[in-house]
Write a protein that binds this ligand. Structure first.
Ligand code: ADP
Length: 872
């Protein structure tokens, strides 16, 4: 037969879900809302699944007959009226209600009940423990309750603990068919007295039929209490825990499924209500759960608190350790610092001990507060007489005033040094030099001063002595200067007198020489003269010419040395000059038997004074011939020397000059030993040549090998040199300021130099003076410079940048805005030579610039380029 359970279709599923959620909700009320909701849903879904359409198995009964022990309070028992009551009765009622299948609950003696179902007179048996024997004849439903099974023994019996050994020898009262029998039999016990019900077991024990019985805890408690026998019996620890099941005959799967589905329709809440009704409280007390939860919470909180406390304790320990480390380090530093301080203090103490100076501490009023003196004899008075007193009470007023001044200065600036005072001490006047330092005081006390007083008496005396000596020295120097000036004046007067004398003598000598030579020539020319007479006249003429030559040389030398010799530079054709000189030397070469030649003269010109160049060349040639040997040679040669010079050389194959004489060459009247020889000479020629060459911006020198010959050379400025060549030469050569232009300036040009420094002005004056035809005018400041420029319209302006009134840039600006002067070349002369300064000068519009300190050759080149001048 197929049975479909009515009312358990899909609507029932949803209803079941809702009901399950509704019932589950209060139990989960303590959980967070979201978790509660999720759990409700889960419960609902499970309930819904269970409550889904159920199909009863084939062969399930239309009326369910359930046999049950009728004496197992509170699960099932009979009331006064003999009706069955109890927890399982209510559950089966609910089952019937849910399934719609009537239930016939048949209460029986337990043994009969089991026999009945086995006989097929009932479908289900309830309140049945599951045992191995029973498993062979029943199919069990799920356990719905746990029940302790205990051994109860009379209080007069000792040593009963439920273990099999303790029960041996006793007849154990049991309910017929009870699981207890199977359990104890398994333990080897066989002395049982069986009763039809639990109540019968308890009644038998009450009358002493049995003193030991095995009973489930709930009915035992129930019957012992009802019969007021609780104190007469004691209970062992649970023998075992039995679990209540309902069961069907072995193999009756349809009934089993039906029953199980029916119970699944009863909600846990309904089960709880039934249990509460009969057991007084649920087997698993719901009311305990919040406490349990709170307990768990409390436990968790305590664990958390313990963890926090642990963590805090660890962190605290670490902080304490770290702090301890820091403190140890600080302590070590402090100890080091203390040791340092002690060392410093001891060093300070030693230093103070070593200082010979006096140390005082004074307050603002100049009152002595403290002192330190290693040399007590330097104190004005004893410490007890100056400590607590003011300066004016201790020392003379002028000295006290000076010290007070030093204190005021230190109060204002922090320190004062250098004040000197003189004090009358026992051993005489003593000088002190003071160094005062302000000492800040704490606690509102006004500043104090540390005064270091150094005995400088010895130094003072030395200074005074030195000052005296200085005065004396000054007087001596003045006297010496006066004498030198006098000597110089005398010398100058003497020099002037010598010049005048020489000049006069020259004149006086020339006049008679004129007569002597004139008349000697006349005698020589007189045909009536005897040969002997002529020979005498020749001697007179030779000596006269020599004398005249000497007079001329001496006069020339005197003129050169006195600076009165005037030179007229001009371009000289060397070829022409050489030919003339060779021709003039012809008689001498013949006389000496020397061959004279000239080389490389063509096309070379020098800028020099023609007379003096000729004089130099003739002198060198005449020496080369004179100091030669018979059959020797003399070669006159000229060649370019760089872009600026021409070198004229005279080579001879003569006697040469000894090495030891080379240093004395060019000394006037020094003939280097030739005065002892037969060769005539005055010893003036070479020195005169040397001076003349220098005056013509040239140089002169010699190379000679004794016994082999000499080469005398003269470098003179070239007459023709391009400006480019000049620039290149100046850039390459470090030679002196020798520079020549192309030709002499045809007119006088004006150069304006604006410069406030007199030394610079003087230098420029000297430099410019060397340039032919240039007049230099100067102004000491910018405004005067402008006035001069407008008045004279110079051809070139050299302008210093740093001027006392307006700077060079401002001057240049005004020059450039003047129509008459805007084209005038302006060259900046400045000590600012940094690239940015040079750039600024260029940007300002200067035509060129010269850096200080100036290079003379640079100035020469600039002037030459701008004005076309030549050097003197
Ligand atoms: P001097 O009138 O004696 O020639 P100088 O001044 O011309 O005077 O020369 C000085 C000295 O230098 C000479 O006395 C001579 O000893 C030496 N001297 C000059 N030229 C030559 C030369 N070419 N060879 C050797 N000795 C020379």
């Amino acid at each position: 037969m197929s049975v479909r359970l009515s009312g358990l279709r899909r609507p029932s599923l949803i209803a079941g879900l809702l009901v399950a959620m509704w019932r589950a909700w209060p139990r989960l009320g303590g959980w967070p809302p979201f978790v509660g909701l999720v759990l409700c849903l889960l419960v609902g879904v499970l309930a819904g699944v269970v409550a889904g359409p159920v199909r009863a198995a084939e062969g399930a009964p239309r009326l369910l007959t359930v046999v049950i022990d009728d004496s197992y309070p509170p699960y099932v028992f009979r009331d006064q009226a003999g009706r069955l009551q109890g927890l399982r009765k209510d559950m089966w009622d609910l089952w019937s209600e849910r399934t719609g299948i009537p239930v016939r609950l048949v209460g029986q003696d337990w043994a009969k009940a089991q026999a009945q179902i086995q006989a097929g007179q009932a479908d289900v048996i309830d309140t049945l423990f599951e045992t191995p024997q029973r498993q062979r004849v029943y199919d069990f439903g799920p356990a719905y309750d746990s029940v302790d099974v205990l051994i109860y023994f009379h209080e007069g019996l000792g040593g009963m603990d439920g273990r099999p050994e303790s029960l041996r020898g006793f007849t154990i009262g049991v309910k017929e068919g009870d699981a207890c029998i199977e359990h104890l039999s398994g333990q080897g016990l066989e002395a049982f007295r069986k009763y039809p019900s639990y109540e019968a077991v308890v009644d038998a024990s009450a009358v002493g039929e049995v003193r030991v019985f095995c009973l489930d805890r709930p009915p035992a408690n129930y019957f012992l209490s009802r019969k007021q026998m609780e104190r007469a019996f004691r209970a062992s620890p649970p023998l075992f825990v039995g679990q209540f099941h309902w069961a069907v005959r072995k193999g009756d799967a349809a009934t089993r499924q039906l029953v199980q589905e029916g119970f699944a329709r009863i909600s846990p809440r309904e089960v709880d209500e039934v249990r509460h009704r009969w057991l007084g409280a649920p087997i698993e007390p719901v009311g305990m759960r919040p406490y349990l939860r709170y307990g768990v919470y409390a436990l968790l909180s305590m664990v958390l608190l313990a963890l926090l406390l642990g963590a805090w304790s660890i962190s605290l320990r670490r902080r304490v350790q770290s702090r301890t480390r820091d403190l140890s380090a600080s302590l070590a530093l402090l100890t080091d610092a203390k040791l340092d301080a002690e060392r410093t203090l001891s060093q300070l103490h030693a230093t103070l001990e070593a200082i010979p100076d006096l140390l005082f501490e004074l307050d603002m009023d100049g009152r002595y507060v403290d002192y330190r003196a290693n040399r007590k004899e330097l104190l004005v008075t004893t410490p007890e007489h100056f400590l607590g007193r003011t300066l004016h009470e201790v020392m003379p007023a002028p000295a006290a005033d000076l010290v007070m001044q030093a204190l005021h200065e230190a109060a204002e600036h922090g320190s004062s040094v250098g004040v000197q005072i003189c004090l009358p001490l026992a051993h005489g006047e003593t000088w002190f030099e003071l160094s005062v330092a302000r000492k800040r005081m704490s606690g509102g006390v006004r500043d104090h001063f540390i005064v270091l007083s150094r005995d400088i008496t010895d130094r003072k005396h030395a200074e005074q002595a030195l000052a005296r000596h200085g005065d004396e020295l000054e007087k001596i120097v003045q006297e010496r200067s006066r004498q030198l000036v006098e000597a110089r004046d005398v010398s100058e007067r003497a020099s002037r007198a010598k010049s005048e004398f020489l000049s006069r003598m020259s004149h006086e000598l020339r006049t008679p020489m004129n007569a002597i030579l004139g008349f000697a020539q006349l005698i020589d020319l007189d045909p009536g003269s005897t040969p002997r007479g002529k020979a005498h006249v020749q001697e007179i003429l030779r000596a006269g010419k020599h004398l005249l030559h000497l007079i001329n040389d001496v006069l020339d030398l005197e003129q050169v040395e006195s600076g009165r010799l005037t030179l007229t530079p001009q371009a000289i054709d060397l070829d022409e000059l050489a030919r003339e000189a060779v021709s003039l030397m012809q008689p001498l070469t013949e006389q000496q038997g020397v061959r004279l030649s000239m080389v490389g003269m063509a096309g070379l010109t020098v800028m020099a004074d023609a007379t003096r160049v000729r004089q130099v060349v003739l002198n060198l040639l005449s020496n080369a011939i004179k100091y030669n040997r018979p059959g020797g040679t003399v070669r006159l040669e000229a060649a370019e020397k760089g872009a600026l010079y021409v070198r004229i050389s005279v080579h001879d194959t003569g006697i040469g000059i000894a090495e030891r004489h080379m240093g004395q060459l060019f000394q006037p009247f020094n003939r280097l030993g030739a005065e002892a020889g037969p060769i005539e000479g005055t010893g003036i020629g070479l020195s005169l040549c040397h001076r003349l060459v220098e005056l013509m911006q040239g140089q002169m020198g010699v190379r000679s090998v004794e016994g082999q010959g000499s080469t005398f050379w003269v470098d003179l400025p070239r007459a023709v040199a391009s400006p480019q060549a000049v620039r290149a030469e100046v850039g390459q050569s470090a030679m002196g300021p020798t520079l020549e232009g192309a030709s002499p300036s045809p007119r006088m040009t004006t150069l304006l130099y604006v410069e406030d420094n007199p030394a610079n002005l003087e230098l420029m004056t000297q430099i410019v003076a060397r340039h032919h035809g240039v007049t230099m005018i100067s102004a000491p400041d910018g405004r005067s410079g402008l006035l001069l420029a407008r008045a004279h319209r110079p051809d070139l302006i050299l302008l210093d940048i740093h001027l006392p009134d307006i700077d060079g840039y401002a001057v240049l600006g005004q020059l450039r805005s003047d129509p008459d002067l805007q084209a005038t070349p302006v060259i900046a002369v400045t000590a600012n030579a940094m690239p940015m300064d040079v750039q600024r000068i260029r940007d300002a519009g200067f035509d060129d610039h010269v850096a200080k300190p100036i290079r003379v050759t640079h100035i020469d080149t600039l002037i030459h380029e701008r004005l076309g001048t030549t050097l003197d």
